[in-house]
Design a binder for this molecule. Structure first.
Ligand code: OGA
Ligand code: NI
Length: 367
């Protein structure tokens, strides 16, 4: 009897939650719409389960920081060797590092952040034109790409733009059109440079990841807006995850909240003025046969935001049929392939259709 009551109750809760998610999604106003209405408590769809909240107090506070790598003398061949070595160590251990003197002017970085602020803070009618969950659209604005597949919603809205030869500038929202296109030009050059350094760090020719694997062909710019949250300790800005592509370059404003899981602790990645965060993503772990690590990270919710961040994902030629597996030069009898081959489009679709909190990342592909 008791069991029957319980499952009926559960069914009710699932139904209620689904209704709440739908109602929230239909506002097309995102989390920003909720905070604008001045609410003092967060809706239950955003509240993390009690066991997860209890676990937070078990993490130690730590002062360690991800490595910072200065790229200014990259063209000096002696200095370049050192830079490649720093990149190798960071990619093999943290899977994260920050870069400074990376060649993207401060005005371009600030312009990108300002454009995203403007997009999110403009009147609602302009924004809702872009609100969609249709993954075929090049420009998508929404709150929580995994709203209906994750257990807990995150305190975050996102504008995601796929940049390739197929996109026409007019498709981008006017508020951030120029700034995004300008940033995109610069960040794709930096992506190329980093993939050259990473190729060298793997002992391969410097164009291996760019030319042979086409890792930097096209990119997606996902800009997140994390409004201030009235109960930041009860929710998250972004659930823990590793990124699906090859490489991510992340620009963040001064608010902070990004953390990487390293040596059993959550380590804060402090915003650095003019610096950019770089991380190895799952496919680079796969093609490097596990030499480089794609590390788990998350974003805390904040009470003082908005926090704005701009993630540029390099995920290869997503429109073509591409198959990726461990690079032949990196496997041998003593070091056999650790992963099976993946079809890029299947792999990315699986990521998009799974809640962040359910995603097993590379575990599906381990041999
Ligand atoms: C991501 C991500 C971190 C941030 O978009 O994959 O991890 O700081 N973003 O917004
Ligand atoms: Ni990420």
């Amino acid at each position: 009897m008791g069991e029957i009551d319980l499952s009926a109750d559960d069914a009710h809760q699932v139904f209620d939650r689904m209704q709440m998610l739908k109602a929230f999604d239909e506002t097309k106003a995102g989390v920003k719409g909720l905070t604008d209405s001045g609410l003092l408590k967060i809706p239950t769809i955003f509240v993390r389960p009690p066991d997860e909240l209890a676990e937070e107090s078990t993490y130690k506070k730590t002062q360690i920081q991800v490595p910072v790598i200065d790229l200014s003398e990259i063209k000096n061949s002696d200095r370049r060797k050192n830079i490649v070595e720093e990149v190798r160590i960071a990619a093999e251990t943290w899977g994260f590092f920050q870069v400074v003197n990376h060649g993207i002017p401060r005005t371009v970085l600030d312009g990108m952040i300002d454009g995203i602020r403007e997009f999110n803070e403009q009147n609602i009618e302009e924004k809702t034109k872009y609100y969609t969950r249709d993954i075929k659209r090049m420009v998508r604005y929404h709150s929580n790409f995994d709203l209906f597949s994750s257990k807990t919603a995150n305190w975050r809205d996102t504008l995601s733009i796929s940049i390739s030869d197929h996109i026409h500038p007019q498709e981008l929202p006017a508020s951030c059109r120029e700034s995004t296109l300008e940033y995109s030009k610069h960040v794709s050059i930096l992506g190329n440079t980093l993939l050259e350094l990473l190729s060298e760090a793997l002992g391969l020719k410097s164009d291996h990841l760019n030319k042979i694997l086409e890792c930097s062909k096209g990119h997606r710019i996902s800009s997140h807006y994390y409004p201030p949250c009235p109960e930041p300790e009860l929710t998250l800005g972004t659930t823990q995850h590793s990124d699906p592509g090859f490489l991510t370059i992340l620009l963040q404003n001064e608010i902070g909240g990004l953390q990487v899981f390293y040596q059993d602790q959550w380590v804060d990645i402090e915003p650095s003025l003019g610096g950019l965060v770089v991380n190895i993503a799952d496919l680079l772990q796969l093609v490097s046969n596990g030499k480089f690590v794609s590390n788990k990270h998350r974003v805390m919710a904040n009470g003082i935001g908005p926090r704005i961040s701009v993630a540029c994902f390099f995920s290869g030629p997503v429109r073509e049929v591409m198959v990726y597996g461990p690079i032949k030069e990196l496997i041998s009898e003593e070091n056999p392939a650790k992963y099976r081959d993946v079809i890029l489009s299947d792999y990315l679709l699986k990521f998009l259709n799974t809640g962040l909190d359910e995603n097993l990342g590379l575990d599906y592909y381990k041999l």
